[in-house]
Structures are given as structure tokens and as C-alpha cells.
Design a protein around this ligand. Structure first.
Ligand code: HMG
Ligand code: MG
Length: 318
């Protein structure tokens, strides 16, 4: 690995899925398509476009087929979607995503509310989904929600999420994203989790998915970087939440993540000012102000973005 590659972080943009699934208003299909396209124009190379879940479970994403049919695809971008079961995969296959994501969690209470099954049942449900996707040339990502805390059970031991992630890797997931669904994690908890995980999981194939409910998400990213994690999920403007996790607020805002990473000498390939334009476009469709801090600072200033302040006091774009 070259020195430049060693400083690369991959950002998985989940705003169009995790962000919009939790909005009160239904964002129209054209606006969703523009959102995905402007995110890609900003340099995002992994974009979670929508979900093939039951439309009654998440009505905000009931137009997944139309969104996939309309987006103009850019080579080299991985366009993905959530699928909870074989029915979801069948719908996804018609839309040719590059990747599908199966999702379960570290606690039975959350998984029960979210997808109406136990953790064990969810893994059984994924058993035929993963090889069928792989056979169709689609890679599979896994999610383990509530890895740091559960809205129904409270604290969660690292072992609970690690054993589920282990199963997802065994079943053929390319990458597993560890979800802090309601933002309970702290840097101390992330260190504990990843120290325990290092014995059993391929850390280079983990992603971390921090919701910023308690303001810990960026600190958690910095902690995870120390353990070799190089993939982070985030949503433009800090959109997001899970309709089945009371208290889940937005994901870590992509702008805040990118600003912090660039200022700390990491490369992402993302253009911050174009990213703010994407957030601005989707913000115009919503009935509230986006929570992302960088986004809000730019909104107030209303002028092109400032370059990140780097170590040693200089500024520089990466
Ligand atoms: P169910 O009702 O138990 O499903 O829902 P079922 O298998 O019993 O089927 C009932 C009916 O639904 C059948 O229709 C199926 O065909 C249909 P009928 O025969 O009665 O006419 N059906 C479907 N229709 C369309 N698409 C499908 C589908 N599946 C079944 N995929 C189910 C179970 C999992 C489907 C439902 O509970 C569901 O869709 N849940 C999704 C919940 C969700 O999307 N939550 C948010 C995403 S997770 C998240 O945000 C966390 C994350 O960000 C990480 C983190 O932050 O931690 C990823
Ligand atoms: Mg989430």
C-alpha cells in the first residue's frame, strides 16, 4: 500500500436512504434523483440510494424503483440499497444496484421492532439472499444496528454485536457496518468495541455508522481511525434516523466528517463546496433546518467554503 493510499478514507453517503427514511414529508422522486446525482458530482463514490423494504414500513422510500430507474449512473460509483429479505432482493435485482445491504442488530428488541423477527431469524432470512445477490453480480454489505446501545435494552456489550458481525462475514458480506443507531457510543466505548473486535473480525472490512444524537460521532470516528477503520457512513447535512428507534437523530453529517478528515491529513476525494450544494438542494425540500454543523456555518456565511485548518496552523485542501 502506498503512503497516499494509507491516508485514504472511504465515505459511504447514506443520506438518500437513512436520511430521507425518517423525514415527515415525502420528498418527491425528482428531488431524490437530483440529490443522488449532486452527491456523486461532489465526489461520493458509495451512495445508498434507497430501500426495498415494505412500503408501509417506510413510506418515504416507496419510490425506490423509480429513483433507481431515473438516476444517471456514473462509472466507478457504487449505488446501493437496503433489502430485508428475498422479496426485497427480487425488487432490487430489477433495478440493478451495485450492492445491496442486509440489516439486523445486536439486540432482539430492536430487530423485532425494525424487521419483525429475532436476530437469529433475520440471519436465517438472509441466508438465501446473500448468495443470490452474489450470483447476480451484486456485492452485499451487512449492518449491525444498536451495537453501542439499544433504545429498548439500554447498554449493549461489544460481544453481542461482534458475534452478529462475525456471522454476516461468514455468510458472504463484503463489508459490515457497525451501527450506533441512537448515538450512545463514546470514544471509550469505540476503543473497547474495536479492541474486542480485533481478535475476531477483519477490521479492514468494517465500516462505522455513527448517529450524532449525543454529539459523539466525530470523536468516535477519530477513535475508530486509531484501530485501522477506514470506512465511515455519513449523511449530507446530518439528515437521518431510524423510524423504529425512538431517539435516533441524524447520522454524522458528511460535511463535518469530510472537514475534520481533510483538516487532519486524510483524503476522501470529496469536494466540500459541491457537497454543501447537494445538502442545500435537499434542505429546500424539508420542513426543518439540517443539523450538520459545517452546513449551518456555511448557511449563515452564505459564501464559498473555508478550507480546513490543519495541524501547524496552515490550511489546505486534499
Ligand atoms: P412482515 O410484515 O413481517 O413481512 O415485514 P412478511 O414477510 O410477513 O410479508 C408480509 C407482506 O409484505 C407480504 O405481502 C410480502 O410480500 C410483503 P402479501 O403476501 O401479504 O401481499 N413484503 C414486502 N413487500 C415489499 N418489499 C419487501 C417485502 N417483504 C415482504 N421487501 C419486513 C417484514 C422486514 C418486510 C418489514 O418489517 C420491513 O420492511 N421493515 C423495514 C424497516 C426499515 O426499513 N427500517 C429502517 C432501516 S434500518 C436502519 O435505519 C438502521 C441502519 O441505518 C443502521 C443503524 O443506524 O444502526 C441500517
Ligand atoms: Mg442508521
Amino acid at each position: 500500500m502506498s503512503a497516499a493510499q494509507a491516508r485514504q478514507v472511504r465515505v459511504v453517503e447514506v443520506g438518500p436512504r437513512d436520511g430521507l427514511q425518517n423525514e415527515r414529508v415525502f420528498v418527491d422522486t425528482d428531488a431524490k434523483v437530483r440529490f443522488v446525482e449532486t452527491l456523486v458530482a461532489a465526489g461520493l463514490r458509495d451512495v445508498e440510494v434507497s430501500s426495498f423494504v415494505h412500503p408501509k414500513a417506510v413510506p418515504q422510500l416507496a419510490d425506490a424503483e423509480e429513483v433507481f430507474a431515473t438516476i444517471r449512473r456514473v462509472p466507478g460509483v457504487r449505488y446501493s440499497a437496503l433489502v430485508p429479505n428475498l422479496r426485497g432482493l427480487e425488487r432490487a435485482l430489477d433495478c440493478r444496484p451495485d450492492e445491496v445491504a442486509v440489516f439486523t442488530g445486536a439486540t432482539d428488541s430492536f430487530v423485532g421492532k425494525n424487521i419483525r423477527m429475532t436476530i437469529a431469524e433475520s440471519l436465517e432470512r438472509f441466508r438465501p439472499v446473500i448468495p443470490a445477490a452474489v450470483e447476480a453480480g451484486i456485492t452485499v454489505r451487512g449492518y449491525v444496528s444498536t451495537a453501542f446501545g439499544c433504545p429498548y435494552e439500554g447498554a449493549v456489550r461489544p460481544e453481542q454485536g461482534i458475534s452478529v458481525a462475525e456471522r454476516l462475514f461468514e455468510m458472504g458480506c463484503r463489508e459490515v457496518s457497525i451501527g450506533d443507531t441512537i448515538g450512545m457510543g463514546t470514544p471509550g466505548a469505540v476503543h473497547d468495541w474495536l479492541r474486542a473486535a480485533a481478535q475476531r473480525l477483519p477490521v479492514e472490512r468494517l465500516a462505522m455508522h455513527f448517529h450524532d444524537t449525543r454529539g459523539q460521532a466525530l470523536a468516535n470516528v477519530l477513535a475508530a481511525l486509531e484501530h485501522g477503520v477506514r470506512v465511515f457512513d455519513a449523511s449530507a447535512g446530518g439528515l437521518g434516523g431510524c423510524p423504529y428507534a425512538p431517539g435516533a437523530s441524524g447520522n454524522l453529517a458528511t460535511e463535518d466528517l469530510v472537514y475534520c478528515l481533510h483538516g487532519s491529513g486524510w483524503e476522501t476525494g470529496i469536494d466540500l463546496s459541491k457537497l454543501v450544494q447537494a445538502s442545500r438542494a435537499i434542505a429546500g425540500q424539508l420542513d426543518h433546518i439540517l443539523p450538520g454543523r459545517y452546513f449551518q456555518a456555511e448557511r449563515v456565511r452564505g459564501v464559498p467554503e473555508l478550507e480546513p485548518v490543519r495541524a501547524g496552523g496552515g490550511t489546505g485542501r486534499t
